[in-house]
Design a protein around this ligand. Structure first.
Ligand SMILES: Nc1ncnc2c1ncn2[C@@H]1O[C@H](COP(=O)(O)OP(=O)(O)OP(=O)(O)O)[C@@H](O)[C@H]1O
Ligand SMILES: [Mg+2]
Length: 147
């Protein structure tokens, strides 16, 4: 399934990630593709905040750490950045929490099997963002977002 979402402001991003946070079961992989400063870390920050308000200020770019872990009250979130390390082995974490990967590729989306995956391609047009979303084993997520 596919879905396009228009995000015109941080308020809109807040609304969208709040909705998504309620749809997640806790074992999904969210792949983020987008240019420098497209908003990959900001998306992650808002999503984690909406899963657990107390983690509002905890989310930072894992560019140097490669992976940050946020222990939300619901499930762990593993936040990975493939900008510098292209072949980081996150397979041990599959199913153990929500995995969010910045600088993901379409090939990675194709490779992942037997796990719910969202592929979000972020395009920027002036100050606005267009999220082009594809799902694999995760149509329930896109259906949930429609509600
Ligand atoms: N939906 C949005 N609406 C308005 N501003 C946004 C939105 N998303 C991100 N921004 C702004 O864009 C800038 C870059 O965002 P961010 O660091 O999240 O991008 P990134 O894709 O993670 O960058 P990098 O490629 O360095 O990892 C920040 O100043 C952020 O506040
Ligand atoms: Mg980033």
């Amino acid at each position: 399934m596919e879905k396009t979402v228009y995000i015109d402001s941080l308020e809109e991003l807040d609304r969208f990630t709040k909705k998504l946070s309620k749809c997640l079961k806790g074992d999904e992989v969210i792949l983020l593709k987008g240019n420098l400063a497209a908003g990959k870390t900001t998306f992650t920050r808002y999503l984690v905040k909406n899963i657990d308000k107390s983690l509002e200020d905890e989310v930072n770019s894992p560019t140097f750490t490669v992976m940050n872990q946020y222990d939300t009250e619901k499930f762990p979130v593993f936040h990975i950045d493939l900008y510098r390390v292209k072949d980081f082995d996150f397979y041990d974490f599959l199913g153990e929490g929500v995995i969010i990967i910045e600088w993901a590729t379409e090939e990675l989306f194709e490779e992942l099997e037997d796990i719910p995956v969202l592929f979000i391609e972020i395009e920027t047009v002036e100050n606005k963002r267009i999220f082009k979303i594809k799902s694999k084993n995760a149509d329930y997520l896109l259906e949930c977002l429609e509600k």
